[in-house]
Design a protein around this ligand. Structure first.
Ligand code: AMP
Ligand code: GLY
Length: 429
């Protein structure tokens, strides 16, 4: 590696805080700039007030800053074509072009591609007509899954326990009430049962490098009850992802889908995130994302020992072949603290104290929905903090993170008390 590089990170959530934190600890990196960042990211990067979805503003920022590498955190700018546009200007970019980002941007495209490529996934139909959707729901019966095809900030999936609930969801989506244009096509899917895992890969053309496995808790409440959220906590590794499972995801899901995209002329550079379910009938793909998971990124970055800047630059420059990743042994675990009321409405602007004490107790606090008001950190979003630890065992990581959280001074801040319970049960066996 020559001179230490300048990296521009796009985004301002917990995922991007973890990326900036790790890049700032990479020997290859001299400076991290983040747009727009957040009060936590300010400790790791120079934050510039350009929104993560402002494609023109980001292009102008790149032209001024001249970064050696741009890392795009969220899906929205990727689906809008930020990757292409930056590459056209000659920048090294970690994040796929628009055509490849469609794997996340359009579930109907993604499901059809899985079908054509022989990638295992739940049985499905795509509908644009409400009455036809209702016919399918009635003929398949409940439980059944209804999905908006377009981007819906992680909220476009209804796992309906009754036909009635499914019909209401499908009709609302198709009428444009719930997700606007994103719901103009709905996917009706067979409901799968099993344990979920997040399998992420760094992809650069034909080279596919697996990251350590992880698992996310999508439900709001302990025991995986309550409504789905963007993710209330995550840990790595996920013990259900054995070496054999990891290899099967690589060979039967990741390789064929990347090859199918290439056949369509879409080269992939960035993160391929395969959300998978281990069912009684084998491994099935739930969804693809084209960026790091949030909150999975927080425990992954906490465990990664390799120089992140070097690895992402190698991927962006199509020379990933031969690169290997090193991970801390043991478990990393992230507990998300959310605003009371999330994922529905909540009050903003509440003072959050005790953050230094949480860190003094040995945890790393990644900021997501925070803001700074007169020098005080306040909540400004649904998911607010990702408190993360690394320890030799699941038990120790879990104990450490919850002990550190005792120091948090935010009376209405909400968090689950059981993150990693499945991994813990396996460890105790
Ligand atoms: P997705 O955004 O497609 O991953 O869906 C979000 C969440 O909904 C997943 O993490 C699963 O918990 C659940 N889900 C999605 N598809 C299915 C399915 N076919 N069967 C059961 N649960 C599903
Ligand atoms: N944690 C799930 C996601 O990032 O989509």
């Amino acid at each position: 590696m020559g001179q230490a590089m300048k990296v521009l990170v796009v985004g301002g959530g917990g995922r991007e805080h973890a990326l900036c934190w790790k890049l700032n600890r990479s020997d290859s990196v001299g400076e991290v700039v983040c747009a727009p960042g957040n009060p936590g990211i300010k400790r790791e990067a120079r934050c510039v007030n350009v929104g993560a979805e402002d494609v023109d503003g980001l292009l102008a920022l790149a032209a001024t800053e001249k970064p050696d590498l741009v890392v795009v955190g969220p899906e929205v700018p990727l689906v809008a074509g930020l990757g292409n546009k930056l590459r056209e200007e000659g920048f090294a970019v970690f994040g796929p072009d628009k055509a490849a980002a469609n794997l996340e941007g359009s579930k109907s495209f993604s499901k059809r591609l899985m079908h054509d490529a022989g990638v295992p996934t739940a049985r499905f139909e795509v509908h644009v007509d409400a009455d036809e959707a209702v016919d399918t729901i009635r003929s398949w019966g409940a439980p059944i899954v209804i999905k908006a095809s377009g981007l819906a900030a992680g909220k476009g999936v209804i796992v309906a326990q009754t036909e009635k609930e499914a019909i209401v969801a499908a009709r609302d989506m198709l009428a444009g009430n719930t997700f606007g244009d994103a719901g103009s096509q709905v996917i009706i899917e067979e409901c799968l049962i099993g344990e979920e895992a997040s399998c992420l890969f760094i992809v650069s053309g034909d080279t596919i490098l697996p990251l350590a496995s992880s698992q996310d808790h999508k439900a709001l409440l302990d025991g995986d009850k309550g409504p789905n959220t963007g993710g209330m906590g995550a840990y790595s590794p996920a013990p259900c992802v054995t070496d054999a499972v990891e290899n099967e995801v690589l060979e039967t899901i990741a390789r064929p889908i990347i090859a199918a995209l290439k056949k369509k002329g879409a080269e992939f550079i960035g993160i391929l995130y395969a959300g998978v379910m281990l069912t009684k009938n084998g491994l099935k793909t739930l969804e693809f994302n084209v960026r790091f998971g949030d909150p999975e990124c927080q425990p992954l970055m906490s465990r990664l020992k390799s120089d992140l800047g070097e690895v992402l630059l190698a991927a962006a420059e199509r020379r990933l072949d031969g690169v290997e990743l090193e991970w801390e042994a043991g478990t990393s675990l992230c507990v998300v603290v959310s605003s009371d009321g999330y994922p529905s409405s909540f009050e903003k602007g509440q003072r959050i104290g005790g953050l230094d004490a949480v860190e003094a107790a040995g945890a790393t606090v990644f900021h997501a929905g925070t803001a700074e008001k007169n020098g005080v950190i306040v909540n400004a979003g649904g998911r607010v903090l990702g408190v993360t630890t690394v320890a030799p065992s699941v038990k120790e990581a879990q104990t450490a993170v919850y002990m550190a959280l005792e120091n948090l001074d935010w009376p209405t801040g909400f968090y689950r008390r059981d993150i990693a319970y499945r991994a813990l049960a396996r460890e105790e066996k």
